[in-house]
Design a binder for this molecule. Sequence first.
Ligand code: TXE
Length: 479
Amino acid sequence: METFANYINGQLVSKKTDSYLENANPATGEVYSLLPDSSSHELEEAIRAAEKIQPSWEAIGVAGRGDYLNRLADKIESNLDLLAAAESEDTGKPIALAKTLDIPRAASNFRFFAQAVSQFASESHNMDNQAINYTLRDPLGVVGCISPWNLPLYLLTWKIAPALAAGNCVIAKPSELAPKTAYLLSQLCIDIDLPKGVLNILHGRGSQIGRAITQHSKIKAISFTGGTKTGSEIAASAAPQFKKLSLELGGKNPALIFADCNFEKTVEGIIRASFTNQGQVCMCSSRLYVEQPIYQCFKEALIEKAKTLSIGDPLTDVNLGALISKSHQEKVLNYIQLAKQEGGTILCGGQRLAPVGRCEGGFFITPTIIEGLDISARVNQEEIFGPVVTIQPFTSEAEALALANGTEYGLAATIWTENLTRLHRLAKQLTCGIVWANSWMLRDLRTPLGGMKNSGIGREGGWEALRFFTEPKNICIPY
Ligand code: TXE
């Protein structure tokens, strides 16, 4: 059995007591590793180390910090196979996806922010020739980064890279459901001699170590990606201390498909947007709205394509792997049952799958398309976070827009049309943080990423992330 350790003050620290959590491989259902069930004791140690080193981490300047981040990126790239295999083992995702998306993106996160911080500038304002104002942007000190299980290393590094680049020291908590690549990252930090205490990685339960991080008075900001319910708990516990908060939460993302779309390209795009990573990406499309004239043929083409998707052992060449856990599989299956009770028709999929062989005990669900549900149905309102989409026709642009905006979430939307004027018109009116036209998950790391309404507050990416992880101070000097 593999046993992971925390990374505190530059060292791998095993728990002294026997309080460890079990970690399963979702593709087989078997427990294969143990992780520390950390508590406030470990947190205090990590905060002491982070506070001690922070002034010198800030003092080495952007070039010095960028150098460390670039070295981490190099290490991630040279360990691509190891990290991709670990991510697949921990999450059940196809290894090819980990190799082409998760791990390369983790390296890019470090490279991007190493460079971005060297260009990060503050404004100055000439005040009618009376005075000059300029803004200093200092690091916050010690910050907390809490990340989920769906894109483990990708999202962990998306937070720690800008935090470190801006001169902060970090207490990071990866998801207890997918801790392995974070543990491997600590080893890479040791390999590059990252100064002790700059980054600390504490494993364990959200309700214990996660909560302790959000409540600790020495932690000045929390960057969190995860479920909306958890986000609201974090907001409530951080508010009395006026901590800075960036919350990237759930989504119920619409796809608006117009009759003038590029049909083939749209079918391909919607399949990818719906089922990548078993639908466990907060940006995944989950509500498909199709213009009436092409509804029937689009639906048929989509079902046909969904049925060709291969699903099974993530170490083989498959389109879909396993869902993260047994309880998550149950949750998704319950939503499929609920869809039937709410009057929906399952057009394809909707079943638990038990592949023969090694993955017999894994948590698989076939790609599912559901028709006939009203916008008010719970299945159309609540985040399912699995390979499940609903499909419905619309007859006018106004109706499409009302449906798209008709949930409490506001993360991402896609619009599929060749009409540029319509595209601009709709994009402006959608109440969400990101709109993709004729594409999905095309990501430029300079752009703001985040959601409106129950999808969170704040934005990550580019200058937004560097602004979040710094405190602006205005200096006013009369001429
Ligand atoms: O996420 P949690 P869960 C959605 C998705 C999923 C649902 C629940 O719908 O079904 O959330 O998933 C830590 N204080 N998303 O329960 O609990 C936790 O340990 C501090 C959307 O797995 O939000 C983990 O590290 N931290 C999503 C992280 O929060 C706490 C990605 C996320 O876990 C905590 C994942 C607490 N009180 C799930 N409780 C997205 N937006 O991409 C938990 N944590």
